[in-house]
Ligand binder design. Structure first.
Ligand code: NAD
Ligand code: 3PG
Length: 469
């Protein structure tokens, strides 16, 4: 099987690909489907973009885990790729077994693509995180091995912000407890320690896509807004940035966390922080499970310091749906469940039809663009590089992609290799130690492709060479 990380070495394969490239638009099926395309008249425009590929698209193997939305599956299948779809994540041993054979993997927040796993991924070209968070992937290792990573940076932000608004009201009114009681036949009509949210202060930690969206919604409901962020962020409406985490904790009636998982945010809210919070205040965490020290939360709620909490994320989460949220998974599970006024949801902040459909399209589009064109726009670990699509008017063009260590002298060596050819366009950029070069070369013959590829592969700076044509 021709690997997309490699260019085919025999001329027949090359010439087949050159002549079979359909005038496909972005979502169109590829070479294997070109006959039906021809007959449907879709190849009439000679300036249509030429789909680039040094491989038969049917050879591309994609593994989609964690119930990636149908929209994403459809886009990938329309390309003619082989797509295997699983509803849940996989344990490490099974993941390692599968990842050896595939070129593309699509995941959400549960699948851990660690260095140990990625070391086995010898054919892996690209990772699609069909979510916002990318903390589950070793981005640095991936970049150092020429594996691009894409995500969907804000398609589910609104869904998370709306969930948090609902939780603020539910906590203020102890609605979770009242509903549970009714489910057990108990009528318990109380107003003690139930509040309106109007006029209360919401403290947002992390004022990025979700935090700022939440700010807009909460202000519309009459809340006062303060936020803390390591960056100076533009305040929206009448929100006010406070200089320290403690300042926020001391002033807020509700605290909502919207930071990424980083070493700095691990146990960001622990005993000391609960002490700073107002007595009778509330905590909401829909960011990552490592951000809150849960045993400290349990203590703070038992003491009455914290009047309620909503958790959507946990340090350990099950790989799939089922009866798994127990004390084996997280040892404090029973203690947490025994608390009053605590809303526990199974990481559903971004789980709406709207968000999942949009994420499916956005990430699958990015994958197709990368596989077929080498375009890295939106990559979270490689430099963002794009060039216009080649057209069918440019039949003997090739796109050279060279991912390399960012060391002096590489461009000179690459251009020596390309010197005998006409380089139409060339662009290069770097991100830390890794650089990404794209060059469109014309007047290319089949035998040139192998020569260029072998010469680039021989350079000591090489991470990955791809030639698309
Ligand atoms: N529950 C869910 O289903 C769900 C859905 C989407 C995202 N998330 C989580 O929410 C997180 C935030 O998402 P986002 O889209 O708003 O991210 P974002 O990158 O747009 O915003 C994060 C903000 O946090 C700030 N920040 C980083 N470290 C900080 C620190 N130590 N102290 C204070 N501020 C800090 C950043 O400067 C940034 O402004 C994601 O990383 C993801 O883990 C959860
Ligand atoms: O990072 C995210 O987008 C959220 O945590 C949602 O993750 P999920 O797609 O696994 O629900």
């Amino acid at each position: 099987m021709a690997s997309p990380r490699d260019i085919p070495t025999h001329a027949t394969e090359v010439s087949h690909s050159l002549s079979a490239s359909p005038a496909a638009t972005f979502h169109s099926p590829l070479a294997s489907h070109s006959n039906s395309f021809m007959s449907s008249g879709m190849m009439r425009r000679t300036t249509a973009p030429k789909q680039l590929k040094p491989f038969s698209t049917g050879d591309i193997k994609i593994l989609l885990l964690e119930n990636v939305n149908q929209t994403g599956q459809d886009i990938l299948r329309e390309q003619g790729y082989q797509v295997e779809f699983l509803k849940s994540s996989l344990p490490e041993d099974q993941l390692i077994e599968k990842i050896r054979d595939i070129h593309v993997i699509g995941i959400r927040s549960k699948t851990k693509l660690t260095e140990k796993v990625l070391r086995e991924a010898k054919n892996l070209l690209v990772i699609g995180c069909f979510c916002i968070g990318t903390n589950q992937v070793d981005l640095e290792f991936a970049a150092q091995h020429g594996i691009a990573v894409f995500n969907s940076p804000f398609a589910n932000s609104r869904s998370v912000a709306e969930l948090v608004i609902g939780e603020i009201i539910m906590l203020a009114r102890q609605l979770g407890d009242r509903s549970n009681e009714m489910h057990h036949g108990t009528w318990n009509k109380v107003s003690a320690r139930c509040w309106e949210i109007r006029g209360k202060t919401l403290g947002i930690i992390g004022y990025g896509h979700i935090g700022s969206q939440l700010s807009v919604l909460a202000e519309a409901m009459g809340m006062k807004l303060i936020y803390y962020d390591i960056l100076t962020m533009m305040a929206i409406g009448s929100a006010r940035q406070v200089p320290t985490l403690d300042a926020l904790l001391q002033e807020a009636d509700f605290v909502s966390l919207h930071v990424p998982e980083t070493p700095e945010t691990k146990n960001m809210i622990s005993s000391n922080q609960f002490q700073q919070m107002k007595t009778g205040s509330y905590l909401i965490n829909a960011s990552r499970g490592t951000v809150v020290d849960i045993p400290a939360l349990i203590k703070a709620m038992r003491s009455g310091k914290i009047a309620g909490a909503a958790l959507d994320v946990y340090p350990n989460e099950p790989a799939g749906n089922g009866d798994y949220f127990n004390s084996q998974l997280n040892q404090w599970g029973d203690d947490l469940r025994s608390l009053n006024n605590i809303i526990l949801s199974p990481h559903i902040g971004g789980s709406t039809e709207e968000a999942q459909r949009a994420i499916g399209v956005e990430v699958a589009d990015a994958l197709v663009r990368y596989i077929n064109q080498g375009v890295t726009l939106g990559s979270v670990n490689l430099p963002e590089v794009t060039m216009r699509s080649l057209t069918l008017d440019e039949p003997d063009h090739a796109r050279v992609i060279y991912v390399h260590h960012n060391v002096p002298g590489v461009l000179r060596k690459v251009n020596e290799i390309l010197a005998d050819h006409n380089v139409d366009k060339q662009i290069t950029d770097n991100r830390g130690d890794v650089a990404y070069l794209m060059a469109d070369v014309c007047g290319i013959k089949d035998e040139d492709i192998k020569l260029i590829r072998d010469s680039l592969d021989a350079l000591s700076s090489r991470i990955l060479t791809r030639i698309l044509y």
